[in-house]
Design a protein around this ligand. Structure first.
Ligand SMILES: *Cc1c(COP(=O)(O)O)cnc(C)c1O
Length: 525
């Protein structure tokens, strides 16, 4: 069975003895096979004793529920164990290296968490009167100031909830600027190596997308860009460093060409970790860029928390930012929440992108991270992230196949040519890593590389962790390409609580509801 990317979603037929260990209990070691809460249901069991409801006259006019709502009956220890056991089948950045390329899965410092939970911050409500949240607004402004300084850009919109929404924010500002100039355009240029959110954002904004090919050295083809630019192009969306983990050397030239064509330069800033403190995107001629606080600035993501994607803007786009934004005068901080009010200050805002003011918890964590590192510390973050990635690249380049020559930025990209004729594919290799205790890297992305393996260690991994990772990857590569049994790959993962899932079926026919074997009303009787 192949999924949309053309990769296998089932392991090859592993034969009768695929190495699976059967147990009497169904558990594997101390990791339990955990049923759903609904499957553990014992009606009438409860973690609390509630007093009988006194007899009363209902005023619901016959609208009251006739049957129980079907919540499972469970004791407190059952519920606690259920969630702890589920957490034990999961993998997290707190458990070990999480080398997903393009995701910057770095350690979330505990100090950030402490700050976010402080009374006065943790219990804020977005509808509190502005006079009672002056400190919180000062904190947002202080973070905004760091972002403006680190990027060399004059304006920043704080409200976007994640990178993808930041892209939407950036393109909506570009569209507003072009519309205001009486020059609405139709096309957005996106390099082939781009993250899927870039073309998706352009389409959401009503633009046609034109792909720009990459050259053999993993950079955008400048000649192809020049040929594609014209009076219909609204913007280019470029990632730098790009998703091949390489710095776009011609970026200043790109900005010149784009501006000469009357278009705007949107930069996907998801890879800012590689250059923070070393390069200011404003100096490169960028007009708008989102910053994933949950990547570069260490706030939790994935299953761990909401994202946050502030967008910085150049001078020409600064008058088109979304509401709300913060103003500061002698009376203190206040929020400009309405488009009419913004208009009075010369801001032709495209409107509101999101309820309230942004992800406050993430702002606190990101600012804590910045203040605890300082400017010099942030610069070192970028240097160490690039050093770690190059250490991996150099240590693996003779056994895996690097996609491009030369050093990389913060992530190392390999293709699957080292697996040629081995009977093992990138997916099998990634699954075998799970049996070895490592979360796999990003695979099959970027699409410009065949069978891609994209590894991003981040600066928070120690040399010892990297050495263990390298030793395992080398051993796996030798096993994959050598003679002998490949079950280790084709049947992997053999030691995980679940083997391979049928991704295609899961995506096409998701089963989102648990159906009881008997209807709840009957079960309750
Ligand atoms: C993560 C990422 C995004 C999307 O960011 P979210 O915060 O997940 O919405 C966009 N582009 C690139 C290159 C990314 O790595």
């Amino acid at each position: 069975m192949l999924n949309a990317q053309g990769r296998k979603s089932r392991p090859h037929d592993a034969g009768a003895d695929d190495g699976t260990i059967e147990t009497f209990s169904g558990h594997r070691g101390l990791v339990h096979e955990e049923p759903l809460l609904f499957e553990q249901d014992q009606q009438g069991r409860s973690g609390v004793d509630l007093p009988e409801v006194p007899r009363h006259k209902t005023r619901l006019g016959g609208m009251e529920r006739k049957a129980p709502i079907g919540l499972p009956g469970l004791s407190e220890p059952q519920v606690v164990r259920h969630f702890v056991r589920l957490s034990q089948t999961n993998y997290a950045i707190d458990a070990g290296i999480y080398p997903l390329g393009s995701c910057t899965m770095k350690h979330n410092p505990r100090l950030n968490e402490k700050m976010a939970r402080m009374p006065g911050l943790g219990d804020l409500h977005p509808l509190q009167p502005v006079s009672t949240v002056q400190g919180a607004l000062a904190l947002i402004e202080s973070l905004a100031d760091w972002l403006r300084t680190l990027t060399g850009m004059p304006a920043v919109a704080m409200s976007p909830a994640a990178g993808a929404q930041g892209e939407l924010c950036g393109l909506m500002a570009i569209r507003a600027a072009l519309t205001a100039a009486g020059d609405p355009r139709k096309k957005v240029l996106v390099p082939e190596s781009a993250h899927g959110t870039n073309p998706a954002t352009a389409v959401q904004c009503g633009y046609a997308v034109e792909a720009i090919p990459s050259t053999d050295d993993g950079r955008m083809d400048l000649a192809a860009l020049e040929a594609a630019l014209g009076p219909d192009v609204a913007a280019i969306m470029l990632t730098n460093p790009n998703t091949c983990g390489l710095f776009e050397r011609d970026i200043v030239k790109v900005a010149e060409l784009v501006h000469k064509a009357g278009a705007y330069f949107y930069c996907d800033g998801a890879n800012f970790n590689a250059i923070v403190g070393r390069v200011r995107p404003g100096d490169l001629g960028i007009d708008a860029m989102h910053i994933n606080l949950h990547k570069t600035f260490s706030t939790p993501h994935g299953g761990g928390g909401p994202g946050s994607g502030p967008v910085v803007f150049s001078e020409p786009l600064a008058p088109f930012v979304p509401v709300p934004y913060i103003r500061h005068d002698s009376a203190g901080f206040h929020l400009v929440e309405r488009q009419d009010d913004a208009e009075e200050e010369g801001i032709h805002s495209f409107g509101r992108l999101k309820g309230f003011h942004g992800q406050m918890g993430m702002f606190i964590r990101a600012l804590t991270y910045m203040l605890s590192h300082g400017g010099d510390g942030l610069r070192q973050v970028a240097e160490d992230a690039v050093l770690n990635a190059n250490y991996l690249l150099a240590s693996l380049q003779d056994v895996l196949s690097p996609a491009y020559d030369g050093p990389c930025m913060h992530e190392a990209l390999f293709d699957d040519s080292f697996l040629k004729d081995s009977g093992v594919e990138t997916l099998d290799f990634a699954k075998a890593m799970i049996d070895e205790g490592f979360h796999p890297m990003t695979i099959y992305f970027p699409l410009v590389v065949h069978g891609a393996l994209l590894i991003e260690p981040t600066e928070t991994e120690s040399k010892e962790t990297l050495d263990r990772f390298i030793a395992t990857m080398r051993a796996l590569a030798q096993a994959a390409t050598g003679e002998g049994d490949k079950t280790r790959f084709t049947a992997a993962p053999r030691l995980a609580p679940r083997r391979r899932l049928d991704e295609t079926q899961a995506a096409r026919k998701p089963r989102l509801r648990w159906q009881p074997e008997t209807a709840p009303a009957e079960a309750a009787e």
